[in-house]
Design a protein. Sequence first.
Length: 391
Amino acid sequence: MLELLWLLLPVAALSGWAVGRRERRDPGGQRPASFSPEYFRGLNYLLNEQPDKAIEVFTRMVEVDSDTVETHLALGNLFRRRGEVDRAIRIHQNLIARPSLERGQHAYAMLELAKDYMSAGLLDRAEAIFGEVAEQQDHAATALRYLLDIYQQEREWEQAVEVARRLSRVTGRDLGGHCAQFCCEQAEEALRRGESDEQVRALLKRALNFEASCVRANMLRGDLERSRGNLRAAVRAYRRVQHQDLDYLPEVLPALEACYRELGRMGRFRRFLYRAMKSYDGASVVMKLSELIAEEDGRQAAIEFMASQLRQRPSVRGLNRLIELNIDDEDPDRRRQRDLRVLHQLFQALIGDRQPYRCQSCGFSARQLHWQCPSCRAWSTIKPVKGLQGE
């Protein structure tokens, strides 16, 4: 209720200003008359926390002319915020129908009407009006932003690319990263539809032209080449991720290992991990190396490696891996092994309960990687969590 009263106060102020201004224009040079009784009646309703009656009063008292356009726009905006979209639409349609509106006022009323339709879920109508406003100089950037939002909701990725490029030209803001993600969405849809590999590769190449650091494009390219048996090409694509954004390196390690294993070049993979460990301080590279060391050099060598690494880069996952390596069914110390298994189960539960991804923009936590944050709708902001309980 309090919020609604604050929203209505500007409407009341605008109504009073409009009435006062009109009365000051009274011909004949007479002293301006006092405010309309209706104005004070509306204020009284506001002060007595009766916003519905106040709205009725202010709606009734304002006649559409050049002095009261702002008041009508404020009322329409208020109705939309309250969920009364039908009333907002009627107000804005009534404004647009007035031939006396100035060009800028008409464009703004059109923009508000499009917002009404968008709130009502009538995206086709909203899209048409936003498109019309975007062709005008007034409010073009705002209209394009709403159009971009609509095309993303409707998954019309090619239109989204074109609008993003127009918005970049209007605002000077680089939206290449958005365009790259739209191309990746197109590539994934092309794969699902069974379109040719060349079409998919062309879309991924286009994504990288928009943004050279688009990790997702190389991950998709690696997945495509791997599924087609082009393992060397897949390895090249996956390894580019390290140079694009090191934070995403853990995402490609399982696929990269599978490619190297199938190629019979695990020695190269091991050397790659040692080099990556120098620049990446997370747990995933160390844990993967511990698996290879245990496989090739024995468990004791892996235990010593993990213990030395945990002193430099402590993590819950790394400690759990060290406990796992120390569990030995052949150890005669049954009590020690029992305690290790209990610790292992506790750490497994702790790790399983965590959410390993977080949006760098809004803080949204997730159990899986999303390229667009479900909360703030930003692109490429969700990354693996770093720290003691993460990477």
